[in-house]
Design a protein around this ligand. Sequence first.
Ligand code: PMP
Ligand code: GLN
Length: 382
Amino acid sequence: MNYPQTKLPNVGLTIFSKMSALAAQKGAINLSQGFPDYQGPQALLDSVAKQVGAGMNQYAPMSGMPTLRRLIADKVERLYGRSVNPETEICVTPGATEALFSAIASTVRAGDEVIIFDPAYDSYRPAVELNGGIPISLPLLPPSFAIDWDALRAVITPRTRMIIINTPHNPTGQAWSADDLDALEAAVRGTDILILSDEVYEHLVFDGIEHQSMSRRAALAERSFIVSSFGKTYHVTGWRVGYCVAPAALMSEFQKVHQYVTFNTHTPLQCAIADFMEQQPDYPLGLGDFFSTKRDRLAQGLSGSRFKLLSSSGTYFQLVDYTAINNLPDDEFVLWLLEEAGVAAIPLSPFYQNRLQTGCVRLCFAKQNDTIDRALERLSKI
Ligand code: PMP
Ligand code: GLN
């Protein structure tokens, strides 16, 4: 038989899966794919066994456990001053990935344009394309990766359905300022453009910076799907629990897709997260210090090396410029580094639609101090 032509000709195994597999195969220190190599809080882990034992093992409500949705609403109000209705404006999803997909699938139609800032997280573009949308790339360049707001205004057309935002930003580690919110607000004023705001690293901001959630501005929140991930906040990326907040009219469309993509999210894990959020509501507020200490440890250890560090004000990623070492393209450099130093990193070019070479690779510092120190020993010899 003839199999159908691929719907995603430009998609292969993700760079994260590829580099983690290579790291395992070579026995390298894995600073590539973003995930912690240590346990999340013990009380959270213990609560899972408790929930399973207590029989929380059947389908959860489609939009998520009511207690968890209430706690999400409490958090959004406490941190960003926005009141959201847990019944109609919140949906818990198996990871932020599903939330991003469902937001796009429920609103983007064939021929709609979706503006994506490159470097961009890898799941946005395929989700747009699968739904017949046209990704419009706006490149951000090192070292600041700042948005050119005139360039944004220039690519907005009557066909622009959505702008995808990610702050704090993977892979650059840049976080938005209040001025960025002002500029976005001005750019979309008077239009029907939707915003998909990927805020999975909302609690991972450093040096006293405040996370600029779309929730902070009524004029942005009224048009936004805001996506977050408990995987990042509680160091449990494998649990696959995230959520989306959106105005009721958008959320009801979102749920029409969500209920047929996955229907609902792992019940005992939702209950355990809710339990932990009730016990320690301020846990996320300590994450900035926790991760910036790791960022600083990495920076200090690389200070005498040939790697040049770019600024990192959020996420658990650090970009390093390697051009003082050699001139390889970044996807070859990471293979060379794996062989030479036994450390796995992520190249930046796969995050750009045009595979732009910046001379930078990404290191993940969500690692035990011992892992960071062992990696530093190797990287400082390169
Ligand atoms: N967006 C960004 C920017 C990410 O880095 C990640 C992390 N994998 C995700 C979305 C997906 O989050 P989740 O693991 O909750 O699906
Ligand atoms: N978000 C993680 C990263 O940027 C990877 C998640 C994945 O492998 N899909 O490394």
